[in-house]
Design a protein around this ligand. Sequence first.
Ligand code: CP
Length: 313
Amino acid sequence: MSRRHLLSIGDLSRQEFDLLLNNAEALLEISSRQLKKVPALRGKTVINLFLQPSTRTRTSFEIAAKRLSADAITIMEGTSSLTEGETLLDTAMTLEAMAPDVLVVRHSHSGVPHLLAKHLADTSVVNAGDGDHEHPVQAILDCLTLKRRFGAQLSGLSIAIVGDVLHSRIARSTLKAHALLGNNIRLVGPPTLVSRSFLGSEMKDVQIYHDLCEGIEGADVVMCLRLSQQAKEQGFLEREYAEEYRIDEEALARLAPRSVVLHAGPVTRGVEVTSEVVDGPRSLIRDQVRSGVAVGMSVLLSMITSSQVEVEQ
Ligand code: CP
């Protein structure tokens, strides 16, 4: 893959997407070895610049870098000179002066990874979630999770994305990923959080439902979105949201009996989805986390080596 940055799923061709996905699948097995380390990125440096909270993505990239023998440094919100008034660009230029190979960036403002990619001459930038815009790594790891469940049939699936689409960068990246793969997408939620007006003209095949039962009926995959802080500030009360849109086992058993459930986390149990579903047999939530490390490895390898994966012992 000749691409220097990973900023948006929309930038990727089907071939590039498949390469990241297939390499990640090959890399999964490293995490089950006794010695979870290969020398692929020895001498390389990865900086995680996480200026918005994260458990899964930040830790996945740190572990992924270390399993590939890269040096990994994490800078988090509140611990950098940004708190002293240094600009984000000056911070990024300062980090680049230390010769990292990849900067993995999370920020609450949409477009920050793109801005840094434009200004950094020698460093690859990976978007680990920017504002409401995109979270391409999550979309790839969710597809890897589904590939492990559905095998080669990663097309023609009916995927219901339920919840706060308006504020979800994960939903935006997921829509683009499944458009590449040829899956059928339904968006399900209240009219103020789910509307056709959020979608580009290229997403005309996406179906919109405001009734949960209609939206999940016959779905192969139910993806629950987090109810964002912004939605709560707009007046969505967790209790009222849960009454209409919480995913529970009774509804799944009745309407989508063969479905699996995804949630990128963090989960608000009892609001977006019941604990019975989170901890039950249809839940792929822990598998998503496992996939995250492999996708982190695949992305870092692609950014740094631009070559086929060779996993040495
Ligand atoms: N899925 C996800 O982005 O989780 P974190 O916010 O914990 O990284």
